[in-house]
Write a protein that binds this ligand. Structure first.
Ligand code: NI
Ligand code: MN
Length: 230
């Protein structure tokens, strides 16, 4: 599975020929100044919650891309629909079979509001099952026992977890989260972007290695192939 990191919590993932983009925050990210929106492909934009460090570039990206649709909760999808951007509304526990695979919305422990103060529903994460592999994109979240509800239903190949602390769980809690979701291949997000969330990369990788897990921290703009599926 090909994954490109665009900084902060933004990843582009290609599944079954479709381009999924998660939580775009690029033009406002000092660490992503070398990334140009026009180079980013997006058939679907998945949004974990309304905060601007996850949604700031949605309008610019979606308006330029024919057929691009948002996948998020009802409140966020409704807000973007008023701006002329189509979307697919979901809520916790629900799943939908999109062409590229099945997306299930799961909860996150965080808060959520849109840029103009509009209520953005509750923050969430996504579990995606596809022929090319199963992934968990946690969104902004604290460590939560509810993560243990994922593995009985879905055998994960990759978990994308926040590790930066302050606004989300830190890498020590994220390593426990990796245990909860029973996944050994972890991709880190939500770190280094702001002063509050700078992370010692070596220490973070050690915290996962101690639990027999591999934490990957990608360079902004880097594309990697992750071994998924069976
Ligand atoms: Ni947030
Ligand atoms: Mn955030």
């Amino acid at each position: 599975m090909q994954i490109t990191y665009y900084g902060h919590s933004c990843f582009g993932i290609e599944i079954e020929g479709k381009h999924l983009l998660f939580d775009p925050f690029i033009t406002g990210n000092e660490l992503a100044k070398h990334i140009s929106l026009k180079d980013i492909r997006a058939d679907f934009i998945l949004l974990s919650h309304g905060h601007s460090d996850h949604t700031a570039d949605v309008e610019a990206l979606a308006k330029d891309r024919k057929g691009c649709r948002i996948i998020s909760n009802y409140e966020i999808v409704s807000w973007f629909e008023k701006k002329g951007i189509p979307g697919h509304p979901m809520n916790f526990g629900g799943a939908f079979p999109f062409g590229f695979g099945k997306v299930k919305m799961v909860q996150a422990i965080h808060s959520s509001v849109l840029a103009d103060g509009t209520y953005a529903g509750n923050p969430g994460g996504f579990v995606i099952e596809s022929k090319e592999g199963n992934i968990y994109y946690a969104g902004d979240t604290a460590l939560s026992l509810d993560m243990q509800l994922i593995p009985p239903r879905t055998r994960l190949d990759l978990a994308i977890l926040p590790i930066g602390s302050n606004f989300t769980m830190d890498y020590t809690d994220a390593a426990v989260a990796a245990d909860y979701v029973r996944c050994n291949q972890i991709l880190g997000m939500h770190y280094d972007t702001f002063g509050y969330i700078r992370v010692d990369h070596a220490a973070a990788k050690r915290a996962f290695a101690e639990r027999g897990k591999l934490l990957t921290l990608m360079e902004v703009g880097e594309t990697r192939d992750f071994k998924c599926g069976r």
